[in-house]
Design a protein around this ligand. Sequence first.
Ligand code: FAD
Ligand code: NAP
Ligand code: SF4
Length: 688
Amino acid sequence: MQATNPAAHPLYPRLFSPLDLGFTSLPNRVLMGSMHTGLEEHKDGLRALAAYFAARARGGVGLMVTGGIAPNRQGWLAPFGAKLSTRAEASRHRHVTDAVHDEGGKICMQILHAGRYSMHPMLVAPSPLRAPISPFRPWEMSPRLIRSTIGDFADCAALAREGGYDGVEIMGSEGYLINQFIAPRTNKRHDDWGGSFEKRIRFPLEIMKKVREKAGDDFIVIFRVSMLDLVDDGSTWEEVEQLALALEQAGATMINTGIGWHEARIPTIATLVPRGAYAWVTRRLMGALRIPLITTNRINTPEKAEQLLNDGFADMVSMARPLLADPDFVKKAFEQRAPEINTCIACNQACLDHVFRQKDASCLVNPRACRESQSVPPQGTGRKGKKIAVVGAGPAGLSAATELAALGAEVHLFEAAKEIGGQFNMAKRIPGKEEFYETLRYFRNMIEKRKVALHLETPVDAGLLIGNGFDEVVLCTGVAPRVPRIEGVDHPKVLSYIDVLLHKKPVGEKVAIIGAGGIGFDVATFLTASEHQHTVNSGEEAIERYREEWGIDPEYRHRGGITEQETADVPRKVWLLQRTKGKIGDRLGKTTGWAHRLTLKHRGVQMWPGVQYHKIDDAGLHLTYQGQAQVLDVENVVICAGQEPLRDLYGPLVEAGLAVHLIGGAKEAAELDAQRAIAEGWALATAQ
Ligand code: FAD
Ligand code: NAP
Ligand code: SF4
């Protein structure tokens, strides 16, 4: 999709203005940022990646960057990770580049050497210091190895060109090898490659020069600079600026923004991070360079992107996960159909959490992501002529109803409540999870666009469905909260999470939460959030509050841009309890669980594992913790003890001879989450 008169775009004039890079130009200001999907390591993964990138090129993205590819074996992220160091490997990349070019798109390949973050024993780094997130201690690189590694970067760039790429991105941030050379935290050398700042940046500058020499002048080279390390002994702002200037002189086409090392204990892309929370970092560099600057992190709507470009935060905007969530993001924005965008909610559940567990990435709100090469029935055909009842408009029902309607079925969606959403109507109320509103907005639009007949405030019984001409029934009636067998569980001070989050029942100043799963954590977050956090969740004020809470210094007074965290203003005292021994929150998301735990720790929440519950009475919650029987004199006890499936309708409907499908919580409550609920809706509809 090319913008014919882009400057005149009525809604997003900046976003749709072309970017002139001298030897080439980009049709708009959207860069699809690098994301590892796991497909890179599959035997035939480049074909699957070709379909994945082709879909995004068709969707109109200005420029895309692949996941990280190592320039040599030592740089592998994990054993047998993706690498480009031979011509045979380069030729296989033609699957990807040809597919993208056929759709009129442009694509760069990211070169990433993991250094001490490599998950294999042959890892190397400027100094032999183990990363706090790695089990392995790296080998110190000899000057000879440093020189050959620079050569490998340059050869890799030349091979990427041979493989048809329009350019490369050199990964110089997030704490990977290049970043490890730049920062005094990890570079303790005393030779020509360490010590003074000039020596520490010699490695990235030599790489930049050699890459330009080998790959030619008419080749895009993006350098991703770590502009805010968020770790002790990271770079100073002056160093960031000097490095960027030197990279420009050494031939970089554009500078991309990197935020935070992987070992930093500050969340940088999770949903609790306000939108555009790091654009201020890129803005500090605006005006210092002649080449374009790209800003990044938690930009997920065209409005936010346009505002940042318009307010001079950057020349281009990088979005990675939002394009996983919706390959047509750019096209929909261009056609003024932004309400139809399936917005990334920054949950990390199906993308980063999967990759960190060595599973293929996908997307919670878009189960098709990374499965673009699998065949599905064409729109409007698969279920034509069928009349289908979908019962329950939670995530499972919304997904099934809208996908079935897209395939041509006449769909009736029944919901007992006044609004669609099921449990998402509680999730969206948690401060820091407001993005869940966007998923509901998306489904509301899809219901309308695909002409699903929505029946709100309609609790379904079997009589409503039997004899009404339905060919199939999809039961998505969800779950009911589990009531644990504890003496006094019916005491007036006991509340369920539904009472607290949905019915807004008043809660006292001392509270015990029984159950420390995802919902227990969310309830603890809700109950300990300040008035301000409940009411201001976007814009500059929210960003300022987030910086204070996590100790991020916009003045950059210390190396790495970090400072003391400010003490949170907490309205009540909370105990978060579980019976299982071991770490509280161990089953939360791999890439976000630590941030949820830190949030609660900072708010003074007592997190107690290995608890035995005895009874609840006027005195409070009687329990044993660490071998000691005691009474927590709490005003309320909130039960978050998991859930049971709700599927009373199943038996009578099957008995009446109807074809009934069970999905989501109604099918299985254990380990249920929205990712599974939405994926089951999609899978049911598209099964051939
Ligand atoms: P539900 O969401 O429970 O929807 C069932 C729907 O069916 C309801 O709307 C109900 O009213 C309706 N219904 C029931 N019976 C009838 C009937 N007879 N007739 C008509 N309608 C009926 N998951 C994640 O993956 N990530 C998160 O971050 C996350 N956060 C959460 C935070 C909170 C506070 C909560 C409560 C849940 C959270 N979840 C999260 C869990 C997620 O919301 C659920 O897994 C998901 O909603 C299950 O979807 P479902 O459609 O199966 O059921
Ligand atoms: P959950 O994760 O299964 O947690 C249930 C909690 O209740 C556990 O801590 C469990 O711990 C406790 N429990 C279970 N049976 C109990 C009993 N009989 N008596 C007392 N305690 C009991 O379920 P959930 O918190 O209800 O969440 C539901 C689903 O939503 C989960 O699958 C979750 O992944 C998803 N969710 C995800 C997020 C997210 O941020 N990703 C947020 C919210 C919800 P013990 O057995 O050790 O006591
Ligand atoms: Fe965004 Fe969550 Fe999808 Fe990842 S899984 S792309 S974070 S919505």
